[in-house]
Design a protein around this ligand. Structure first.
Ligand code: ZN
Length: 425
């Protein structure tokens, strides 16, 4: 007896299976013909995937686009300045309201686990309090992991160090940092060392905004990998952005990547934001501002696509759709072979789940019963179409439905409805 069966779906590996769900767990997979069940979701011919995971977001700033004004230069630095103006005037209640609205978008898109940085450079820590409240409010359907993020610099901002420690004491999950924003390279390196030591002492994960710059000499990822190894943090550390690696000397990178692989440091590029913000000081040729994704993967480094921003001081667009993120990443990193396109889907699902350390994630007996039914035949088609989320299940419950996106054609002599699914035979 199951509470719910998802019938006939195609899994990302191409096999088909019914998925039997009891309470919040997957309790059977395979042919479940004639089994007793409460509810049936017919997924025949549709892709059934584990939920999307976003490893890099800013939930305290989201949906604030235009407040108090628009980012005129489109640069990272003006965005940071603008956020500095906004965070003085925004209330805790505003932040909670906007974050919850975003979480509704995310849930409807099958995005059910989010790692969000929360700014700790504010003596009131109202953003931290707001995000802890949101984490609690959404926990029934979204796993929200919070990173203590000293936006204005762990050392550069006079009270950031104390406030970051307070945020961790309040229950923030992960240690963040921003070494390239410190005043000197030496301060940046020192911040990486101290923040990793704090994580090691508290048994926490680390995720730093690292080398989000076009400066080829911004090399804090080297220190992050070194400290990871020294402190035994392998598999628990991620470097977000790493855009400077795009511009680094090739010989240096040939030494850096094996160090990252040895240290088990993951990388989180954010293609929508990186392509938008980086290269702004260039004339032509203009750099793409994305880190070396395929080169890292070739070394065995885990790389996950992150979203970073939706409608905030840094980015005016966005819909909480991780397939948009994968689509952009695929283009900017030129991941065009079938294997690479397929990998882009994994980079917003299973690989991101690994970075967050999610337990019991996936489609197998014993896993948490969270999944998405997509209007697509396979993962590549899901990326191509940014396919509709026909059904979203979280922890055993159906939480969202979207109708298929077929258009009606009004052309004489042509069939009446347009189907954009077009799988390889
Ligand atoms: Zn960020």
């Amino acid at each position: 007896m199951f509470d719910l069966i998802v019938k006939g779906g195609t899994l990302p590996d191409g096999s088909t299976a019914d998925i039997g769900i009891t309470r919040d767990r997957i309790t059977a997979m395979g042919r479940l013909e004639g089994a007793e069940t409460g509810q049936v979701i017919d997924a025949t011919g549709d892709l059934v995937s584990p939920p999307f995971v976003d490893p890099h977001f800013h939930l305290d700033a989201t949906l604030s686009y235009g407040l108090p004004r628009i980012n005129a230069s489109g640069t990272l630095l003006e965005g940071i300045g603008l956020w500095g103006e906004l965070k003085k005037i925004v209330t805790q209640e505003d932040m909670v309201t906007r974050a919850l609205e975003y979480c509704d978008w995310a849930a409807s898109m099958g995005l059910l686990a989010i790692r969000s940085h929360v700014d700790t450079c504010d003596d009131s820590l109202k953003g931290v309090a707001a995000m802890l409240e949101v984490r609690d409010k959404v926990k029934g359907y979204i796993d929200l992991q919070l990173v203590a993020f000293p936006q204005d610099g762990f050392y550069r901002d006079p009270t950031a160090r104390a406030n970051t420690l307070r945020a961790l004491d309040m229950g923030v999950d992960v240690v963040g940092g921003i070494p390239h924003f410190e005043r000197t390279m030496a301060d940046g390196a020192a911040s990486v060392r101290e923040l990793c030591e704090i994580a090691a002492a508290r048994g926490l994960r680390v995720d730093m905004h690292c080398d989000e710059s076009d400066d080829p000499l911004s090399r804090h990822i080297e220190m992050l990998a070194y400290e990871t190894q020294r402190l035994g943090l392998q598999g628990r550390v991620a470097g977000s952005h790493l855009t400077s690696m795009h511009s680094m000397d090739n010989y240096y990178v040939s030494k850096l990547l094996p160090l990252m692989a040895e240290a088990g440091v993951a990388a989180i590029p954010n293609p929508l934001i990186n392509i938008m913000l980086q290269g702004r000081h260039d004339t032509f040729p203009k750099r793409r501002g994305l880190t070396r994704v395929k080169e890292m993967q070739a070394q065995g480094i885990t790389v996950g696509w992150g979203q970073d921003c939706v409608r905030d001081p840094w980015y005016s667009l966005g819909t909480a759709d991780m397939l948009d993120v994968a689509f952009m990443g695929l283009h900017v990193a030129q991941m065009s072979s079938p294997e690479e396109m397929r990998r882009c889907f994994d980079m917003v699902t299973v690989e991101n789940a690994r970075i967050l350390g999610l337990e019991d994630y996936g489609l197998h007996v014993g896993a948490v019963a969270s999944l998405v039914v997509l209007d697509a035949d396979d993962p590549i088609e899901a990326v191509r179409l940014r396919a509709a989320r026909l059904a979203v299940l979280s922890k055993g419950r159906l939480i969202a439905r979207t109708p298929r996106g077929d258009a009606t054609l009004e052309l004489p002599g042509r069939p009446g409805s347009v189907r954009r699914r077009h799988p390889v035979a």
